[in-house]
Design a protein around this ligand. Sequence first.
Ligand code: C2E
Ligand code: CA
Ligand code: CA
Ligand code: CA
Length: 276
Amino acid sequence: AKGGGRATFRFYTEALTIAANARVKLETQLRRGIEQQEFVLHFQPLISMAESRITGVEALVRWRSPAEGELVPPARFIPLAEETGLIVPLGDWVLRTACRQMMRWLKEDNRLTCMAVNLSSVQFRQPDVAERVESALEESGLPAHFLELEITESGLMEFGPEAEAKLDALKMLGVRLAIDDFGTGYSSLAYLRRFPIDKLKVDQSFVRDIPADSAAIEIAAAVVALGKTLHLEVLAEGVETKAQCDLLQRLGCNTAQGYLFDRPLSAIDLTDKWLR
Ligand code: C2E
Ligand code: CA
Ligand code: CA
Ligand code: CA
């Protein structure tokens, strides 16, 4: 058993070394990727349920890494970008690129009223986050009310009581604020009422099991009702079926996003499919 313990120890050490090396390599590639502008934004339609039409898009980043040869999804690099702080320059690029694209769309089309951009809790914590957002708006000329910043509920909770002043400073710019992955972060009603929030994005996990699971319906109903009570716009994420869409609309959701309507698309494909 003793020898086995040593072998196990050696196995773990080797595994950890391999993992650490892979991390260092990915970090180097990520750093270079930011310098070389290897990232692209895709855009997923946000659909007004009442009118069944597109009203906005969410910008979602992908990495065109030469080492991978395909588009790398954000789940594979955002966590490391957050740990290393590289999310700050990457997030700046996302903000500036999304604002510029929205300006392009506004010039040819009046259907889009919202460009939603994810703001990592690491970006949110930067002392100059409001200045960074302001400079992306100024550089592109995009009027602030077209930009919506999505902050995850858990990211806000992590930040504690200072979150309120931070949100107030962002709100002062005139942008819209959304709570992302809502329902997963154990937030209290008291804080929701104080924060200058415009929209709740009900997490996919509440949408997935409806309409088959009656407990899931009850929970989704409660989350939507909470948003309505607070006079917030309520968007359902991850809507994949007509049945989900119909039920969520009956519960009072204003907006929906999901594969039922479309996947995230390149700017060109979104223009062709949705703005022609
Ligand atoms: P999120 O902000 O919750 O974005 C929604 C994710 O759900 C997207 O995955 C989208 O493609 C996916 N999705 C949309 N509709 C459906 C559906 O009907 N069913 C299912 N199963 N999934 C659906 P994606 O693009 O892989 O992004 C994953 C996460 O990565 C995002 O979750 C967000 O947390 C993060 N992320 C993406 N882009 C950025 C960014 O520019 N900055 C930051 N900080 N995070 C980002
Ligand atoms: Ca989001
Ligand atoms: Ca989400
Ligand atoms: Ca307040």
